[in-house]
Every structure is written in C-alpha cells, then in structure tokens.
Design a protein around this ligand. Structure first.
Ligand SMILES: [Zn+2]
Length: 219
C-alpha cells in the first residue's frame, strides 16, 4: 500500500512564517518594520510573503499575503512587501529555493555600506558559499534591484545588498534563517577583526572542506 506523501497546509505555513518573523525580531535581526520573509507553498505554485510596513511583533496569520509566482496577489487584506519582485524572481530562477529572508540587520548592513564582499574569514561563511557576495545599490522595490540580486546571487545562499541590508535563501525557512543569522555573525566578526589587525582568510580548499562536511553531517 502506498501512503500519501506528507503535505503541509497553508495554515501550517502561515504559523511557521510568523515563528521565523518573531525569531528575527527577538534576535535583533530585523530592526523596526524592516525586512521581509517569504516561503513557497506546498504545491509550489504560490508564495506566502509578509505584508508591507507591519512590525513583526504585530503580525497575524491573516496579515500574510499569498502571491502567484509572477507576483499577482491571490489572497490577502494587505499589500505584499515592496520587495516582492526579488522574492518571486529567486523562486523562478532556482528551483531548490523554498524560502527567502531579507533583513536590515546592523552589522551586515554596515559591511554592505562599505560595498565589500566578505571573504571566508570564518568557517560559517560556508553556509553561504565560498564568500558572502555583494549586490550593488539600486532603490528598494525596483526591478533593477531584483535583476542585480539575481545576477549576483548565482548559486550562493545569501548576499549583502549595498547601502541596504542582507538576503538569504534556503530549502526551508529554518535553513534560510540559519544563513541570515550566519551572515550577521560573520559581518560582526569582519568589522571587529578588520580594526583589530590583519584578516587571515581560509583557503579555497579549507572552505570547500567545510562545505563538504556541512553536506555530510550538517551544520
Ligand atoms: Zn530592505
């Protein structure tokens, strides 16, 4: 007898997204009303995204907005986050992406204001790739910003957005959260280590070994 595959309900998705929003808030990763979160629904046909301009602490399940993959509103009492363009574009580009988190966390944003990529100064960079790349500046919410993010993210799991913030993707909301948290942690180290002395960077081989280990035994 073949048992049906376990499926998630839209209510479970809404609850999971709210949990991640609160976790971002509790850990000071999303100051004020900044940032946005989305996830692909179980049927792979729609995305659930945070609404525009609402503090995560006040967020209720019914505030989340359901969009088609091309960005049309399917259901919701609010408008979607102004950054819906890059959320939709990322799901369309990479089929393994199931969740996207964007924040204005302080240290990641500070490095993004320097217009610098972060080299592998710590093995947690491997959660993102062999570095944390940078996408240059375009105004928030624009097609130009979305296009640039798609170009720069390639196969990385996250990047810095110049004069703006940080972005992470994952095959689950938890994994995207792990990446956005790692970006903030490594950005904090980067700023502190740079003023304390000369950075010592892991070699390409060393960072590849960590990436292999993450794949074998997890983080
Ligand atoms: Zn933003």
């Amino acid at each position: 007898m073949t048992l049906p595959l376990k499926t998630r309900s839209i209510l479970q998705d809404r609850a999971e997204l709210i949990n991640i929003a609160l976790k971002l808030k509790e850990n000071n990763l999303s100051p004020g009303c900044s940032g946005n979160i989305s996830m692909l629904t179980d049927d792979g046909q729609k995305i659930l995204i945070t609404p525009t301009g609402l503090d995560y602490k006040l967020l209720k399940k019914e505030d989340l907005v359901l969009l088609s993959l091309d960005g049309n509103e399917v259901e919701g009492r609010n408008g979607p986050s102004s950054e819906w363009r890059f959320h939709c574009a990322l799901y369309a580009r990479r089929k393994n992406i199931k969740a996207v988190i964007h924040t204005h966390s302080v240290h990641a944003t500070a490095v993004a204001c320097l217009h610098e990529e972060i080299p592998p100064i710590h093995y947690h960079v491997a959660l993102c790739g062999d570095k944390i790349p940078l996408a240059g500046y375009h105004m928030y919410g624009t097609q130009e910003l979305s296009n640039l993010i798609l170009e720069k993210i390639g196969d990385y799991n996250g990047l810095l957005m110049a004069n703006h913030g940080a972005l992470a993707v994952g095959n689950s909301l938890e994994n995207a959260y792990t990446v956005i948290e790692a970006i903030e942690f490594v950005s904090t180290l980067y700023l502190k280590a740079k003023v304390a002395g000369t950075l010592k960077i892991l070699s390409q081989r060393e960072i590849e070994q960590v990436r292999d280990r993450f794949q074998q035994i997890g983080y």
